[in-house]
Design a protein around this ligand. Structure first.
Ligand SMILES: Nc1nc2c(c(=O)[nH]1)N[C@H]1C(S)=C(S)[C@@H](COP(=O)(O)O)O[C@H]1N2
Ligand SMILES: [Mo]
Length: 355
C-alpha cells in the first residue's frame, strides 16, 4: 500500500479537516447559483484576518504596480457564474483511501463572481521577454510536506491571459466573505479549485516555471511517490443528482413513494461544454438520456438536467453520467492515484421506492 493511504476508517485528523472544510449539501443543486453559505469550502491553513482598508495588491511584471481595493473596484468590471470543484472531490471513495480532506462528492459550488479582468492589469505591468507563467500568492501561511509556505500557485501564461480570468472582489453580489478570500481572489473558470488563489497579496510574471510546493509536489496525478506526475488543470466532466425523496438520518439512503419521480441534477466540465447526460436507476446496467435544460449562455457554470422516472416499488441505485463535447465521459469506476485527485466516477444513490 502506498504511504499516506488507508483502508481503515476516517481518522480524527481527517475528520478535523472535514469539519473545517465543508461540502455543498447536494439538495443545494436545486439552485443554479449556490447560496454563499452552502458553497463548498477548502482552506489549507487558517482564514487570515485582513483589513481591506490597508490591504494592497502588488503586481510584478516588467514594472511593479500596486493597487488598493477601492482602486481595483474602479477598474473595468466583469462578472461570471463559475462552477468550482476541489480537485480532491471523490477522494474518500478511492481504495486504499489517500489521507487528506476526505471528500465524497460534495466539494462543489457555483457562484457569481464579480471583479476586474486580470489581463489588462498584467499588460500594464508589462510582460517580460520569455514570460511563461504567472504566480499568485495568498496571505495565508502554513506548513505542508514539511515546508513552511504561503499558499501559492502558478498558472501558465496563456491561461492567465484568457479574457474570462478575473480578480474577484464580489461573490453573489456581496463583498467576498472571509472564508472565500476577502478582499480579493483569482478565478480561472474551468480549472479545479486549487488554482483560484484566495486572499491575494501578490501577482508575479515568471520567466521560469514555478517550482513551489503546490505546483511541484501537490496537485499532480501520480501513482507513486517518486513519479514526476502530470499537473492537474481543468475539471473532468461530472454530474450530480439532487437526492430524491427523503433521507434516512444516518445512512442518508433515500425513500420515495412509487409513481413519477422527477430526477434533477447539474453537470459540468472544464474541458468543453456538456454534450449529454445519461441516467440509470439500476446502478449503471442500463442508461437513458436525460433532458438538458437551456444553457443560459453561461459556459463556465454547470448545466441543469432532468429525467422523469416511472418508479415502481423496489430497491434501486440511481446514477448519472455526463459527457462533454471533447468526448470526455465519467467512468463507472474510480481511477486511483496517490493524491486522490479528479475522481469523477459516477454518483450512486441507493433509493427505496415504497408502494
Ligand atoms: N490562499 C488560498 N487560496 C486557496 C486555497 C487556500 O488554502 N489558500 N485553497 C484552494 C483550494 S484547494 C480550493 S478547492 C479552492 C476552494 O475555494 P472555496 O473555499 O472558495 O470554495 O480555493 C483554493 N484557493
Ligand atoms: Mo481543492
Amino acid at each position: 500500500m502506498a504511504e499516506g493511504t488507508s483502508l481503515e476508517g476516517i481518522s480524527l485528523q481527517e475528520l478535523q479537516l472535514a469539519a473545517r472544510n465543508h461540502g455543498m449539501p447536494l439538495e443545494a443543486l436545486r439552485w443554479p447559483v449556490t447560496p454563499v453559505g452552502l458553497h463548498y469550502l477548502l482552506i489549507h491553513y487558517d482564514v487570515p484576518d485582513v483589513d481591506g482598508a490597508v490591504w494592497g495588491l502588488r503586481v510584478r511584471g516588467e514594472r511593479e504596480l500596486s493597487f488598493g481595493l477601492e482602486e481595483l473596484k474602479r477598474r473595468p468590471r466583469a462578472d461570471l457564474a463559475v462552477t468550482m470543484e476541489c480537485a480532491g472531490n471523490g477522494r474518500a471513495r478511492l481504495e486504499p483511501r489517500p489521507v487528506s480532506q476526505p471528500w465524497l462528492s460534495e466539494a462543489i459550488g457555483t457562484a457569481r463572481w464579480a471583479g476586474t479582468p486580470l489581463r489588462p492589469l498584467l499588460e500594464e505591468a508589462g510582460l517580460p521577454e520569455g514570460a511563461v507563467e504567472v504566480l499568485f500568492t495568498g496571505l495565508d501561511r502554513g506548513i505542508e510536506g514539511g515546508e513552511e509556505q504561503a499558499y501559492q500557485r502558478s498558472v501558465p501564461l496563456e491561461e492567465a491571459l484568457r479574457d474570462e480570468v478575473l480578480l474577484a472582489f464580489e461573490m453573489n453580489g456581496s463583498p467576498l466573505p472571509p472564508q472565500h478570500g476577502y478582499p480579493l481572489r483569482l478565478v480561472v473558470p474551468g480549472w479545479y479549485g486549487m488554482t483560484n488563489v484566495k486572499w491575494l497579496a501578490e501577482i508575479e510574471v515568471l520567466t521560469e516555471p514555478f517550482t513551489g510546493y503546490q505546483n511541484a509536489q501537490g496537485y499532480r496525478l501520480r501513482q507513486e511517490e517518486d513519479d514526476e506526475g502530470e499537473p492537474l488543470a481543468r475539471m473532468l466532466p461530472r454530474s450530480l443528482i439532487v437526492p430524491p425523496g427523503i433521507p434516512e438520518f444516518l445512512s442518508r439512503d433515500r425513500t420515495v413513494p412509487a409513481g413519477e419521480v422527477l430526477l434533477q441534477g447539474r453537470a459540468w466540465s472544464g474541458h468543453a461544454a456538456v454534450e449529454s447526460v445519461d441516467v440509470s436507476v439500476d446502478g449503471g446496467e442500463t442508461w437513458a438520456p436525460a433532458e438538458l435544460e437551456p444553457d443560459g449562455g453561461e459556459r463556465w457554470a454547470w448545466r441543469g438536467f432532468r429525467f422523469r422516472w416511472d418508479a415502481e416499488p423496489g430497491e434501486y441505485t440511481v446514477c448519472s453520467r455526463a459527457r462533454d463535447e471533447a468526448g470526455n465521459e465519467q467512468p463507472l469506476e474510480p481511477l486511483w492515484n496517490l493524491g486522490g485527485y479528479s475522481n469523477n466516477s459516477v454518483q450512486r444513490i441507493p433509493v427505496t421506492v415504497t408502494g
